[in-house]
Design a protein around this ligand. Sequence first.
Ligand code: HEM
Length: 149
Amino acid sequence: MGDILSDWYFWTKSLHIVSVIAWMAGLFYLPRLYVYHVEVVGSGNETDDLFQTMERRLLKAIMNPAMISTWIFGLCLVLTPGVVGWDMIWPWTKGASVIAMTWFHMWLAARRKEFVSGSNTITGRHYRMMNEVPTLLMLVIVFSVVFKF
Ligand code: HEM
């Protein structure tokens, strides 16, 4: 198993990074859609339906598969011999941040259901603030994997 993962290391890492790019694109864009949905569109009109369609497709067709493949290739990298040293700090800061990023994804998915039922109570300002969460986590993750402190 270890030998196979070592042979495939460059493939796994490339596919991990491609998946991360797709996931992050959605994590940055979906809260922006929510800001416009709350502040400009409102609920119970044709544009509301259009935004709900865009939000559903972004989450289901791009973000969910991208999150799953980021985790699969990321865990393959964790299992590749010599990649992670658990006595270092970086795997722990990265691990905590990817768990937080996954929580943020689930939080966005739960908010989408509120738009569907017309029961959203969160303000545009709150969504703007939440929009900074993936940026902060991305900084911790990238500095962790590159500096490997
Ligand atoms: C979802 C769970 C994740 C796991 C289990 C995971 C795990 C890993 C591991 C073990 C490596 C290998 C480091 C090496 O080859 O030395 C890696 C590389 C990398 N990860 Fe992740 N990762 C995850 C999510 C993320 C996320 C969300 C991002 C970006 C926001 C990210 C960005 C990167 C980058 C840029 C690299 C390449 C670093 C380099 O080669 O210098 N990962 N990941």
